[in-house]
Design a protein around this ligand. Structure first.
Ligand code: CA
Length: 226
């Protein structure tokens, strides 16, 4: 049973989400602020996904995401932001912080559950690839541990960055169009735009340091790993 952590200070919304996730066969926990979430995490209880409200009483959702992504143990937990209408800026910032998706309030519970499943499915795609390590020069991609080593040093990637790198690496030398990347990783969810991929790749490259050159931008088409 997959576990979902809901961080949301509005009790009504949190309960609505909780009930709908439970109905869909998930185990869910509610937290009304960041400290409650971190005290849960500190007991080494690692949820499969975190639904993260942005406007929260103590630290905001963006700050929580930033802390999660900095931490070895938590950086690969997928994060979906819950944003209020009109917080467009936050969406971009959220993606740049390594969130995997965002949902605008008010949302239908059905849509929310579908998005949660989609993000978890993306994770499974990599797991289904047989868990074989891919080694390209001094870069080792390990789908079993969601780990990337460059010159034997682990680099911290978000789940989405990992999945993109893994996809490009598994088709090394082949150009993937943005549409193909979307199709492979997001299964044609309409909410995801091309720019999303560019943002994730930009971050992936930054983290890869001088190995960033391996990921080539094929102008007007997409990306290729060489
Ligand atoms: Ca709130």
């Amino acid at each position: 049973m997959k576990t979902i952590a809901i961080v949301e200070d509005e009790q009504d919304i949190a309960e609505l989400i909780l009930i709908n996730l439970q109905k869909s066969g998930f185990k869910a926990f509610m937290f009304s602020d960041g400290s409650a979430l971190f005290s849960f995490l500190s007991k080494k209880q690692i949820p499969d996904l975190i639904l993260l409200d942005i406007m929260l009483p103590d630290m905001d959702g963006l700050e929580i995401c930033r802390l999660l992504k900095k931490d070895h143990d938590f950086s690969s937990i997928p994060v979906i932001f819950l944003t209020a209408k009109g917080e467009e800026v936050d969406k971009v910032v959220g993606l740049e912080l390594g969130a995997d998706d965002y949902i605008t309030k008010p949302f239908s519970p059905k849509e929310l559950v579908a998005r949660v499943k989609a993000v978890l499915r993306r994770r499974n795609i990599t797991e289904d690839s047989g868990g074989r390590k891919i080694v390209i020069k001094n870069v080792v991609i390990d789908p079993e541990k969601y780990e990337v080593l460059i010159e034997n040093k682990k680099i911290e990637l978000t789940l989405t960055e990992f999945n993109i790198l893994h996809l490009l690496a598994s088709g090394k030398g082949r150009t993937f169009t943005r549409e193909q990347i979307l199709e492979n990783l997001w299964k044609g969810e309409k909410a995801v735009i091309d720019r999303t991929i560019d943002v994730h790749i930009k971050h992936l490259r930054e983290k890869m340091g001088k190995n960033a050159r391996m990921i080539k931008n094929i102008r007007g088409i997409g990306y290729r790993l060489e």
